[in-house]
Design a binder for this molecule. Sequence first.
Ligand code: ACM
Ligand code: ZN
Length: 631
Amino acid sequence: MKIKLLFLTIFLTAILLDASAREDKINVIPEPVAVKTTDGEFILDKNVRLVTNSGSADVSNLIQNFKKKIEVPTGINLPIASNSNGKNISLEINESWDEALGDEGYRLNVSESSVSLRANTSKGLFYGIQTILQLLPVEIESSHKTDKVSWKIPCVEILDYPRFGWRGLMLDVSRHFFTKGEVLRYLDEMARYKYNRLHLHLADDQGWRIEIKALPNLTKTGAWRVERTGLYGDLLPAFEHEPATDGGFYTQEDMKEIIAYAAKLHIVILPEIDVPAHSLALIASYPGLSCTQKQYSVVAGRRGPYVDNVLCVGNETVFEKLDTIFTEIANLFPCKYIHIGGDEADKSFWENCPKCQKRMCEEHLDNSKELQSYFVKRMEKMLKAKGKKLIGWDEILEGGLAPEATVMSWRGMQGGIEAAKQKHHVIMTPQRFCYLDLYQSDRSAEPPTYGMCLLSKSYSLEPVPEGVDDGLILGGQGNLWTESVPNYRQVQYMTWPRALALAEVFWSPKQNKNWEHFVSKVENQFQRFDLLNIKYARSFYNPIISVNSSGYRDVSVSLSTEIEGLVIYYSFDNINPDEFYPKYEGEPLTFPQGASMLKAVTYRGGKQVGSIVSITKEGAKQRLKEASGMW
Ligand code: ACM
Ligand code: ZN
């Protein structure tokens, strides 16, 4: 026993020593479970052959794609061999189940003479390939042949498998429509970091995005709105007789293509049709489904306060329409779950509606929260009859949870904690950590949006709250709402690098998280994004502005940085500062007499790395007021 302990200590010490040595060699996101580097490297040259023990179409497809990916930048056309003599990259499916790996894990051994990747399933091999690509020089991402690169992989032993089975991103395709091609691109980007769920928010007040053959108005009317450009909050509704020409939708054939493409990347598409609220596109397409029964148009921006985007729960026609919709959704999407939304229902419309009141009487419901619960429970039965399980946002807890519902906890962790207490499954997407539509650095350096979610905040998420049964937490998700995201380049900018942080949160063991190492890995990914033409936010280089009150009706401003090793310079003279301006030394700054604007910038190694951030004296006072509010 003592000897075993001694060996364990030596092994753990070796791993700890190894952790510092591997800093610049092993830049894998998400961080694997166990990494052990040794000296030397595997040189990828034309003598290398690809070998497999599997005859499956999945593995053969994987090998072909890997071969193509390698050939573009290296010019090396790796032959596929049937025996393992010589210098190989071998991809093997284990003949007997390797308990440690489950169905998504893999073991990777790289020596000077071979690369051996083993897994129980083709899924595991797929994730192992993503790791191999990240171990190769960044130029492996180049779209053309790149000379003068030594194509080598450091010698390493990796054992890897995910912490959670649900590792998702959500893309809101309603507020802005993104084409089929853009969704496929998003899937490609996600797969690199071992994400396995894409939640598509397919319907909201600003557009209906999926063909329902039995209800053609949904895409004839519901998918289109008037052309508007500008700030979300300023986008006016339609003028009289103004044509609705902006929008789009996926035909069922498009969606089948998206689903099949995703499946090859081991990503499941989760469809969301948001009801009973956020339903203006449906209500505009089939008038009479809301309590006021008014005719509305799909909106480009915010809906007005008197526009009822909520379905009437007292109206049987509503349930007939929903049955038609969810029949087609259930047939189209292989995912065992369907997301029904359930968030942010303005219950005042129900409270003033005779039909809803009648329903409450008949069903002995005491209040409008119970009416919402009635609605969700009925939706659960409807989905169950179609062989599907229900997911809803955490508002579905109000008035009593449907018996088998899974809760997506967005207004914090509390909804998830409560659902888990009731023994329900939970997917954690707490807004402050997971909402990719929030600001990612000072608002003066970012396109307009709201709130704040720094990269380090996303990285700090722990999806399993203290005292909660971790078996009930399926995993988590980063959610990109697109009210202020008008094009695909901005989708990328808002997603990366925060989705790198979340990928590590959802995949890697908690104890493997290391912010400094993560930051250096993110910088490695930035070089890859550049080669892949993926737009990303360099926001973690920007100075952070914090406002403090300093005495009677005055403010002071502190500056800091999210990452180590940056130097801040600042100005009060309205000029963009550079390294010849005063260096920030850590003490709060007050506005000198007559100065109205503070500007700041970061440098590293004599070069500007961040954008200039700024705040006016008035703005600082305003922020102090806001700080006492939600954010
Ligand atoms: C939500 O953000 N309303 C789910
Ligand atoms: Zn009603």
